[in-house]
Design a protein around this ligand. Structure first.
Ligand code: ATP
Ligand code: MG
Length: 871
């Protein structure tokens, strides 16, 4: 069965069981501070499990892109070495939100595997939770055991401990016992030697878990205690690539049609064969896995960068480059060339790959180029370290510096050192690494209390599209303590006019006031798992009374001008540059807006002017805001709205329209484009290969910008004696300046010539050496010219010249090459030694060297001492 059919069979099976099929959510999470990437199928549905939102259908099935490279689930270091863990993989899942529970979940899983996919029952094992006698004191999951008994022999139902059979999302939140389904795909011979039962959960590459059925029935609180969930849920996750391995009768995920086309391409490009040499195989697996992770991330809008999620992506790509460099001998970029097969293979199920192929290729290629340069520099530095190593061991500190400052991978360092017969002080390296980790952990340490619930009001309403003021009641709050911000309170209200940071737009600020006149400032507003959270330094005094909540109107208005201008800018760019332009990032602040988009060349002055004019015409056109809330996504798309890759949309969306600009957007906007007053681009540049960035300002910021420019203009005009034509006056000044410079140059040359003939007469012969030490009124270049001029006429010259320029001293020593050889003299040594009289230092070559110092008072002494070198 082809992988595409395996995927679609899964989805249609659950569709028949009344599940809604949804698209995979983007891999990069935007409003969950506890998680960087989606690492399991349930992550995008967290808000449903936490009860913060209600799904339209309480049965859902999907194939979710997951990335396990950071945090609680991190498989990165395994990938390549085993045959069944990936960084990016697809998790097939079916979900019940307060609907069906264990009975149906188990029955359907069994039906799908054995009847639809026709997997032989005799290769299956299942596990159930055995209970725990720790502080949680949980019973065995006999419920699940009894359901399984109906389908599978009891000696194939294995009991498992908390580590394998109790699933927790994180330190807090929904959790519960789980049942895993394992396959044993070994040969009959192998099976005769040892029973599959003894290999389940033992890291055997052919006895692997394929599906995990999680029965969410508890909530883990911050104090560690479990409480029963009011609604029980089903969360299942099946590894798609592992399922393909079973159904395609192969022994490794990499031998399925998900990977073979990529592997064939790597073999061709690198001229290596897969399956001959373990080191080469590992490298090929690493690269075929990592290119998928990186390509999907870029398609979801996450570019490699130096911080956060972008840094994780950069590290994955660098790991792939490093394996190619070391084990496949690829010293030039090639990973980007794999994107083509990948998008052909997966583009039907994941159209974002196809649509952004060119961008993905560009970004990967540029990263490859720059990291290969780093590797080359690292090799040079490393060979220097090798040369300096006396006792056969390279210190952990040096290796760490190479790793930390230059980004040179430690395993490459270790490999190269061992090839040269040197040792690496690994312990020392690990110590340095630990020290650095402790430093960054201390900086980001944070503790979060449980919510204190004042009254339960599940649906928190956002009223900030229509008003900046509202009477609100506090429904819950908690304290968060971090090194960075100290103690902060997070407040949640029954309704709120405060816009939470999202869609690039900053969160609102403002204040709360109670009937006693007590005021609490709201410093920021954010959304977490669909809850709007207000940040305050203190807790209100009268927490159970109602408050007047007021948004800072000035900041909000300025932000709105920038948000609407962002939409118009997006429209302008697509109109003027072409429809290949796609939003790649947006930041809407009160003071400015920043917009990143795909485009392949620098914008010309004319293009920038056209874009500005386009936007300003729409501002002058006084276009009214036409807002549609809660319309079906299809309706908005049909009207011409653009949806963005990497954005997670609900079933219904909000469409924002100004003239012909229509966008799906949750942000706040001006009522009429004329409110923006004016739009001005302040900068344009590149962020990455194929991605440009425009920064622009509107309204008050434009006024400030013009005022500032105006002030500078009048100041300049004043300096130009109020000339009627200041530009012309400035041009004249520049011309005059150039002419003067030329004249000075000529004069200086003449001066050097006459000085030279004077100096010739001042030479004295000492011990067969033509000697002169003298202070001259020339600059550094002049001293050199004179020295070399004289040098060309004598072959036994020793000169020490000095000069004083801008309060600093300069020495310059010239010794004929013949003297350097015959008398063992060295100009470099002379200036270093005499440099101490002028409190400075310098160096150069044996026949010519210079030194600078801060004490011109020492010049005479230095000149006097010069004679010592030849007498
Ligand atoms: P394992 O013990 O094999 O690492 P897991 O316990 O971490 O698996 P779950 O968190 O239960 O797995 O995820 C559900 C399913 O997703 C697993 O049954 C497996 O099929 C698949 N899966 C998990 N991690 C990976 C991975 N790194 N690459 C590919 N598939 C995976
Ligand atoms: Mg795992």
């Amino acid at each position: 069965m082809k992988s595409q059919d395996i995927r679609s069979k899964f989805l249609s099976f659950f569709e028949e069981k009344k599940h809604s099929i949804v698209q995979s959510a983007p891999m990069v999470l935007k409003d969950d501070p506890t998680l960087m990437f989606v690492n399991s199928g349930m992550a995008p549905f967290k808000e449903y499990f936490l009860g913060n939102a209600m799904p339209k259908n309480n049965r859902i099935a999907d194939s979710q892109k997951c990335l396990r490279v950071s945090g609680k689930h991190n498989d990165l270091e395994e990938v390549g070495y085993d045959t069944y863990h990936h960084t990016l993989f697809e998790m097939l899942g079916n979900w019940s939100f307060g609907d069906y529970f264990k009975k149906e979940a188990i029955a359907w899983a069994w039906e799908l595997l054995t009847e639809v996919y026709g997997i032989d029952k005799s290769i299956l094992y299942v596990t159930v939770f055995e209970g725990s006698d720790d502080e949680d004191n949980l019973d065995m999951d006999t419920e699940a055991y009894n359901f399984w008994k109906e389908y599978i022999a009891e000696d194939r139902i294995l009991k498992g401990n908390k580590k394998d059979n109790f699933w927790e999302m994180g330190d807090q939140g929904p959790c519960g016992p789980c049942s895993e389904i394992h396959v044993d795909i070994r040969s009959a011979e192998e099976k005769a030697k040892i029973s599959g039962k003894d290999l389940v959960n033992k890291d055997h590459p052919q006895v692997v878990e394929i599906w995990n059925l999680v029965f969410m029935q508890y909530n883990r609180k911050a104090n560690g205690k479990l409480e029963n969930l009011p609604n029980k849920h089903i969360d299942t996750g099946m590894g798609f690539e592992r399922l393909c391995m079973v159904l395609q009768n192969v022994q490794s995920n990499y031998d399925t049609d998900v990977f073979t086309p990529i592997i064939r391409e790597i073999e061709t490009i690198c001229n290596k064969n897969y399956g001959k040499d373990e080191k080469v195989d590992v490298a090929i697996r690493v690269i075929s896995d990592h290119v998928r992770a990186v390509a999907f991330s870029i398609a979801d809008g996450q570019l490699p960068s130096n911080t956060g999620a972008g840094y994780v992506i950069r590290r994955i790509l660098r790991r792939a480059i490093r394996y190619g460099f070391t084990f496949l001998d690829k010293k030039e970029p090639f990973i980007y060339r794999l994107v083509d097969v990948l998008s052909k293979k997966m583009g039907a199920a994941f159209p974002e790959l196809k649509a952004q192929k060119q961008l993905i290729e560009n970004v990967i290629k540029e990263e490859e180029q720059s990291f290969l340069r780093t590797l080359e520099q690292g090799l040079v530095l490393l060979s220097r370290i090798v040369d300096e190593t006396k006792d056969g061991t390279v210190s952990g500190e040096k290796a760490f510096e190479l790793y930390d400052t230059y980004g040179f991978p430690i395993d490459l360092t270790a490999l190269i050192l061992s090839e040269k017969g040197l040792k690496l002080d690994e312990e020392g390296f690990n110590e340095e690494l630990q020290k650095q980790k402790n430093r960054s952990r201390a900086a980001s340490e944070m503790s979060t209390d449980d919510w204190t619930i004042l009254f339960d009001d599940a649906e928190e309403e956002f009223v900030g599209y229509d008003t900046l003021e509202a009477n609100v009641k506090l429904t819950r709050y908690r304290k968060v303590t971090s090194k960075k911000d100290g103690e902060m309170y997070q407040l949640v209200f029954n309704l709120t006019p405060f816009y939470p940071e999202g869609g690039g737009q900053v969160g609102d600020k403002g204040y709360l006031e109670d009937s006693h006149g007590d005021v609490i400032y709201i410093l920021d507003t954010k959304k977490e798992n669909n809850v709007i959270i207000h940040f305050a330094k203190n807790l209100p005094k009268h927490i159970d009374e109602s408050f007047k909540a007021t948004v800072d109107a000035k900041q909000r208005n300025r932000t709105e001008c920038n948000h609407t201008a962002t939409h118009l800018l997006h429209q302008a760019l697509r109109e003027i540059l072409g429809t290949h332009v796609e939003q790649k990032g947006s930041a809407v602040h009160s003071k400015y807006l920043r917009f990143d988009f795909s485009h392949f060349s620098k914008l010309t002055v004319e293009e920038l002017r056209d874009v500005e004019n386009f936007v300003n015409r729409r501002i002058d056109g006084k276009l009214p805001l036409i807002e549609k809330r809660n319309i079906p996504k299809e309706e908005a798309i049909a009207e011409g709205a653009m949806s963005l890759f990497g954005e997670k949309y609900g079933d219904t969306v909000r469409a924002i329209r100004f003239g012909n600009s229509i966008e799906l957007c949750g942000g706040t906007h001006v009522k009429n484009t004329s409110d923006i007053w004016h739009f001005k681009i302040v900068s344009e540049g590149a962020v990455a290969s194929g991605i440009r960035r425009i920064e622009a300002i509107t309204n008050d910021a434009v006024k400030d910008f013009y005022h500032e420019n105006n002030r500078a203009y009048f100041e300049m005009k004043d300096l130009l004696n109020n000339s009627k034509e200041p530009v012309k006056a400035l041009q004249n000044l520049q011309e005059e300046n150039t002419n003067l410079k030329k004249q000075i140059e000529i004069l200086l040359k003449d001066k050097a010539k006459s000085i030279k003939s004077e100096l010739k007469n001042e030479l004295t012969e000492i011990n067969g050496v033509q000697f002169l030490a003298k202070k001259l009124d020339l600059d550094a270049g002049g001293l050199k010219d004179v020295a070399f001029e004289l040098g060309s006429q004598f072959d036994n010259l020793f000169l020490l010249f000095a000069t004083e320029q801008n309060g600093k001293a300069l020495l310059s020593c010239y010794i004929s090459k013949e003297l350097v050889a015959s008398k063992d003299l060295n100009a470099g040594q002379v200036v270093r030694e005499l440099g101490k009289y002028i409190q400075g230092g310098g160096g150069g070559q044996p026949f010519f060297a210079t030194a600078g110092g801060k004490n011109p008072g020492g010049i005479d002494e230095a000149l006097r001492k010069a004679k010592d070198y030849i007498s």
